[in-house]
Design a protein around this ligand. Structure first.
Ligand code: CAA
Length: 260
C-alpha cells in the first residue's frame, strides 16, 4: 500500500516508520491511523523485520496528538469509533510480535504520548515533550492514556499529569519512567538503530517470547505469571535458537540464530 502520511524505511532487519504529516505536527486523523494500522499489520507478518522503530518526521514533533480539527465536530458515536480506532492501533503495536522502539523526537502529546506508551521502549530526544493535555480540551484521553499511563508511572503521577495537563521535558519523563532513555536529538536515530541492532543479534524467538511474557505476566498475579514464565522458558527448548545459543557459548563462538 502507498502511504500519504508515512515514510517506511527498511535497513536489514530493522524497519523504521516515520509519521509524516508536518503541517499538523504529525497529528493523528483517521487516515494516519488507518495507514499505521495497515503498516503494523503488514509488519506483524513480515518475518524479515525483527525490530520496528516508530518516530515522527521532522525535528519538532513525534505526534502532537489526535487531530483536534477532525475531533471538534464529532458526535458521541463518531467519537467512540475514533477512540476504538486509536485503541486498535495502540493494542496492535503493544502486541506486535516484534519489539517496537519509540524514537520520540519532539512533542508526544495526547494521542502521541499514548502511541509512544504502546511501544515497548521509549527513547526520548533531549527536546522531547510528553503530556496528556486532553482535559484542557474538555475531554479525557481516548487512545489508552488513562490506562497505560497509570500502569507505566505511579497512580498518583498519572493522575497529576492527567488532571493538570502538565507537559514534561525528556529528563522529567525519564525520572518518572515515562521515557526509558534520553539522548541528544542529533543522536536519536543512531542510538535507536544501535539498540535495534543489539536486539537483532539475539535469539529472535526468545525476544518475541520475552515481550509476550512481560505483557501477559503484568496482567496476572505473580504466582500465575511465574508459572507462565516457566511454560515460555520450556518452549524455548523446542527451538533451534536455544540449541544454537547454548552450543555457541560452549564452543566459544558467536551464535548464528535462525529464528526457528
Ligand atoms: N491536531 C490538529 N492540528 C494540530 C495539532 C493537533 N493535535 N497539534 C498541532 N496542530 C497544528 C496546529 O493547528 C498548526 O496548524 P496551522 O499552522 O494550520 O495553524 C500546526 O500544527 C503547528 O502547530 P502550532 O502553530 O500550534 O505550533 P507551536 O509550536 O506553536 O505549538 C504545540 C506546538 C504545543 C504542540 C501545539 O500545536 C499544541 O498544543 N497542539 C495540540 C496538542 C494537544 O492538545 N494534543 C492532544 C490532542 S487530544 C488527543 O490526543 C485525544 C486523544 O487522546 C485521542
Amino acid at each position: 500500500m502507498e502511504y500519504n502520511n508515512l515514510l517506511v524505511e527498511k535497513e536489514g532487519a530493522v524497519t523504521t516508520i516515520a509519521i509524516n504529516r508536518p503541517k499538523a505536527l504529525n497529528a493523528l486523523n483517521t487516515e494516519v491511523l488507518a495507514e499505521l494500522i495497515d503498516a503494523f499489520q503488514a509488519l506483524a507478518k513480515d518475518s524479515e523485520t525483527r525490530v520496528v522503530i516508530l518516530t515522527g518526521a521532522g525535528e519538532k514533533s513525534f505526534v502532537a496528538g489526535a487531530d483536534i480539527t477532525y475531533m471538534k465536530d464529532l458526535n458521541p458515536l463518531e467519537a467512540r469509533e475514533f477512540a476504538i480506532l486509536g485503541q486498535g492501533l495502540t493494542s496492535l503495536i503493544e502486541n506486535l510480535p516484534q519489539p517496537v522502539i519509540a524514537a520520540v523526537n519532539g512533542f508526544a502529546l495526547g494521542g502521541g504520548c499514548e502511541l509512544a506508551m504502546s511501544c515497548d521502549i521509549r527513547v526520548a530526544a533531549e527536546n522531547a515533550k510528553f503530556g496528556q493535555p486532553e482535559v484542557g480540551l474538555g475531554v479525557v484521553p481516548g487512545f489508552g492514556g488513562t490506562q497505560r499511563l497509570a500502569r507505566l508511572v505511579s497512580k498518583g503521577k498519572a493522575k497529576e499529569l492527567l488532571f493538570t495537563a502538565d507537559v514534561l521535558g525528556a529528563q522529567e519523563a525519564l525520572e518518572i519512567g515515562l521515557a526509558d532513555r534520553v539522548v541528544p536529538a542529533a543522536e536519536l536515530k543512531s542510538f535507536c538503530l544501535n539498540m535495534a541492532q543489539k536486539i537483532v543479534s539475539k535469539g529472535p524467538v526468545a525476544i518475541r517470547l520475552c515481550k509476550v511474557a512481560v505483557n501477559k505476566g503484568l496482567e496476572m498475579d505473580l504466582t500465575n505469571a511465574l508459572s507462565y514464565e516457566a511454560e515460555v522458558f520450556s518452549l524455548c527448548f523446542a527451538t533451534e535458537d536455544q540449541k544454537e545459543g547454548m552450543n555457541a557459548f560452549v564452543e566459544k563462538r558467536k551464535a548464528d540464530f535462525s529464528g526457528k
